[in-house]
Design a protein around this ligand. Structure first.
Ligand SMILES: [Zn+2]
Ligand SMILES: [Zn+2]
Length: 344
């Protein structure tokens, strides 16, 4: 008899997820089956449900790409794992391993890449399958609920900060202090950077301050670009986690000469365009870099920061059945920190 599990399934874009019983997947060659303990709810999951991106997700879809769990079954050909090992599954489900980008250690931009909870079933379920070669190893005994957001929000902000090239002692401005941004502040501090935080929510700015941001700017109260230029003389680096395209425009103008901004947020839909000043970029030699989640190496490094306690996601746990309400709160920008689904 087929063994069943509980999962949240998307059957059509822009509709609520349905909580249902589906068969537990079988690990194929090179795969492991993971018993999910925790799965963070990322804004990208909402983008998937809404069909904001091109191409759209593969439907029916089980979303979720901030998965912490334990190895429950090992597929043929897998070595180096044993039952019960603590593992994490990030957005990058797999890459081809052979293209010029994979060979260069830039596997996150592999054109044959698969995405967890988007093109492959993710962690809004009691079990999921993932390729062993791309699964992150979590130190034994780590808190899986606190660790889950590190699998996406953590690795993504960490790589974004790395890609700005900012050095200890320099200023970085973090735009958007949501699920990603509040973790970005902590990685920046841990990397020796000075942090300015920009958001439109006083509560989120308070959180940023409590996590070590020296300067906070409320973008809803006047000109945020002028405020950053005035308070810190412009930032050496900026990381944009926001979902409003205006923040992506502002970030460029918040830089000081020779500054670099890393874009890690994805507004999607109609907001996928910006207007900017060509002369500002040319004259001041500014750099705009994309940063797409993180490689396996980035993941290992990001997990190490969290395991050492210098980065900690602010979370609240919820049941899988709560997912549609969580998405509603997310649409309204009401979530402070991260919601993590808890499985028994
Ligand atoms: Zn994510
Ligand atoms: Zn590749």
């Amino acid at each position: 008899m087929t063994q069943m599990m509980k999962a949240a399934v998307l059957h059509a874009l822009k509709t609520p997820l349905s909580i249902e019983q589906v068969p537990i997947p079988e690990p194929g060659h090179g795969d492991i089956l993971i018993k999910v303990t925790a799965c963070g709810v990322c804004h990208s999951d909402l983008h998937a449900v809404e069909g904001d991106w091109t191409p759209p997700p593969v439907i029916p879809l089980i979303p979720g790409h901030e998965v912490a769990g334990k190895v429950a079954k090992i597929g043929p050909g897998v070595t180096g794992f044993k039952l019960g090992d603590e593992v994490g599954v990030p957005w990058m489900y797999s890459s081809c391993g052979q293209c010029e980008f994979c060979l260069a250690g830039m596997e996150t931009i592999c054109k044959q890449g698969e995405a967890t909870g988007y093109t492959k079933p993710g962690g809004y379920a009691e079990y999921m399958v993932a390729p062993a070669a791309f699964v992150g190893r979590l130190p034994a005994g780590t808190d899986p609920y606190a660790m889950a957001p590190i699998l996406c929000a953590g690795v993504t902000t960490y790589r974004g900060l790395k890609r700005t090239g900012a050095r200890p002692g320099q200023w970085v401005v973090i735009l958007g202090i949501g699920g990603l941004g509040h973790i970005a502040v902590q990685y920046a501090k841990a990397m020796g950077l000075r942090v300015a935080a920009v958001d439109v929510s006083p509560e989120k700015l308070e959180l940023a301050k409590s996590l070590g941001a020296e300067v906070t700017v409320n973008g809803a109260e006047g000109d945020a670009v002028a405020a950053i230029q005035e308070k810190i003389g412009g930032a050496h680096a900026a990381v944009v986690t926001a979902v409003a395209s205006k923040a992506f425009e502002q970030a460029i103008l918040m830089l000081r000469p020779a500054g670099t901004v890393a874009y890690i947020g994805l507004p999607g839909g109609k907001s996928d365009e910006i207007r900017t000043s060509i002369s500002a970029i040319t004259n001041w030699e500014l750099t705009i870099r994309g940063s797409n989640v993180g490689t396996r190496l980035d993941l290992n490094e990001a997990v190490a920061f969290a395991a050492n306690g210098v980065v900690k996601a602010k979370i609240r746990t919820a049941a899988l059945e709560d997912i549609n309400g969580i998405f509603d709160d997310m649409r309204k920008g009401k979530i402070v920190g991260r919601v993590v689904l808890k499985f028994s």
